[in-house]
Structure formats: structure tokens, C-alpha cells
Design a protein around this ligand. Structure first.
Ligand SMILES: Nc1ncnc2c1ncn2[C@@H]1O[C@H](COP(=O)(O)OP(=O)(O)O)[C@@H](O)[C@H]1O
Ligand SMILES: [Mg+2]
Length: 245
């Protein structure tokens, strides 16, 4: 029986993934600053909404109000789906402080309290019957205590795959780092998508590579991509070679 796949709907990415992300996979979306992690995560979530697949976006690094504005810039009106109960933003940023935060439906009072964060994500996912979940970023949850990174990711993974969700966990790495966010999380994840930004002869180039994806074959090439006013476009028929990184 062919496996069930979740189509990302991101131009080029489903080709690179030989059809999409296997359902229930918890995928690390890893990259340095400015590589497009947040945009890719939001685009994945929004494309699900367009197909009638509800989605939860957990924001730990930006105000939910700002996230809605950023998404709107790409033409992704998440608010419309929130009002219909088909999308949810979990505010794990404000701690409920401030006028705007009081209007949020899902607020995590103390984002470093993992059990309460997991509870609120679970509640949001159940209420809207989420098929997709994006957490931006998980790094925030363990940056000051790397020893718990694996435990944090495992706990999220149990909850998310238990609910049948297909998830992207944004993982921040520093500009020069070769890895994906530390051995604990890299091994715990079902998949790793790595985004890169490299300076070649005075110009920055974007590229992405699938390092790991349980349940499917995938392209083994490094693919160039662009960020446009409509979001990310991946050139699945092109390869970017980075010599002597
Ligand atoms: N409309 C746009 N057109 C082209 N590039 C854009 C646009 N909006 C943002 N970007 C690029 O996206 C980058 C931010 O992407 P983002 O997903 O927030 O990065 P990350 O989350 O990995 O830090 C910006 O630094 C900019 O280069
Ligand atoms: Mg980001």
C-alpha cells in the first residue's frame, strides 16, 4: 500500500520529496538566520488551509500580530481561517502581556514551561482538527539548556504524531554551523530539511537539501530556491554545487 503523503504545495518541494512529506512525520526545518525557515513554515501551513487541512502555527519568536502581517505580505490571509476555526496561532511569545495578546485565543503563559506549552498546542490541534503543525522555533525551548533538547523534541513528537499531525519544527543553527540543531534533535526527528544561504563571489545564493525523510526516497541534490512576493519557489530540476564549504 502506498504511504499517505502530505503535499507541501510549495513549488518544487513535493518533486524534491518524491510526492510530499509522509503523513505524521515530524520534520526539522533547519537553517541559519534569514534562510527562509519561517516563510517556508507559514507557506506549508497556508497551503494546507487552501486544501481544507486545518493547521496550527506555534510562534515563539514573533508577536502573533506581526506574524499575521508578515503572512499577509505574501497573500496568506490566515486570519480568515482562524475566524472559521480552521487555523490557530498559538502565542508562545507574549506571555499574555499587552493589549493585543489579550485578544489571542491560545496563549502560553510561560513558554519555558513545557507541559503547559504541550497542553495548549494539543488543545488547539484538537479543537481545529489540525492536519499540519508548525513550531517556530523549537530552538527557543532549549537554547539555554541544551541537555533537555532531545527530551523536548521527543515530547512534542509524541503529542504531534499521536494526533496524526504532520509537523515542521523550525530549528535555528548559527551561520557557520554544519549540523541541524544538535545530535539529540537530529536523531529524534523523522526528517530534516536544511535551508542555506551562501556567499559565492560576492553574491548570496539560497539552496535547500533534504538530509533525511523517513518513509520515502527523495532527491539527494542541493536545490537552489528563491523567495518571491508569493513565497518560496524551489528549482527541483537544478542543482547548486557548493565547493569547499
Ligand atoms: N517579499 C520578499 N521577496 C523576496 N525575499 C523576501 C521577501 N520577504 C522576505 N524575504 C527574504 O526572506 C528573509 C527572511 O526569511 P525568514 O523566513 O524570516 O528567515 P528565517 O526564519 O530563516 O530567519 C529575509 O531576510 C529576506 O531575504
Ligand atoms: Mg524565523
Amino acid at each position: 500500500m502506498p504511504i499517505e503523503r502530505i503535499k507541501t504545495g510549495i513549488p518544487g518541494l513535493d518533486e524534491v520529496l518524491h510526492g510530499g512529506i509522509p503523513r505524521r512525520n515530524v520534520v526539522l526545518l533547519s537553517g541559519g538566520p534569514g534562510t527562509g525557515k519561517s516563510i517556508l513554515g507559514q507557506q506549508f501551513l497556508y497551503n494546507g488551509l487552501l486544501k481544507g487541512e486545518p493547521g496550527v502555527l506555534v510562534v515563539l519568536e514573533e508577536h502573533p500580530v506581526q506574524v499575521r502581517i508578515n503572512m499577509e505580505q505574501f497573500g496568506w490571509n490566515i486570519r480568515k481561517y482562524e475566524e472559521k476555526g480552521l487555523a490557530a496561532i498559538v502565542d508562545a511569545f507574549t506571555g499574555g502581556i499587552g493589549e493585543a495578546a489579550r485578544r489571542e485565543r491560545y496563549v502560553v503563559p510561560a513558554p519555558d514551561d513545557l507541559p503547559s506549552l504541550v497542553d495548549i498546542i494539543r488543545r488547539a490541534a484538537k479543537e481545529i482538527r489540525a492536519a499540519r503543525v508548525v513550531i517556530d522555533s523549537v530552538t527557543t525551548l532549549y537554547i539555554t539548556k541544551p541537555s533537555v533538547a532531545r527530551a523536548v523534541v521527543m515530547q512534542l513528537k509524541k503529542m504531534l504524531s499521536g494526533l496524526g499531525c504532520t509537523s515542521l519544527l523550525v530549528s535555528q543553527v548559527s551561520v557557520t554551523e554544519r549540523g541541524f540543531g544538535g545530535p539529540g534533535v537530529e536523531h529524534a526527528a523523522d526528517g530534516i530539511i536544511r535551508l542555506d544561504l551562501d556567499e559565492i563571489q560576492g553574491k548570496l545564493f539560497r539552496s535547500m537539501i533534504i538530509w533525511k525523510m523517513r518513509g520515502t526516497s527523495h532527491s539527494m541534490n542541493r536545490h537552489p530556491f528563491d523567495i518571491t512576493d508569493n513565497g518560496i519557489i524551489i528549482y527541483y530540476d537544478r542543482t547548486l554545487s557548493l565547493s569547499r564549504r
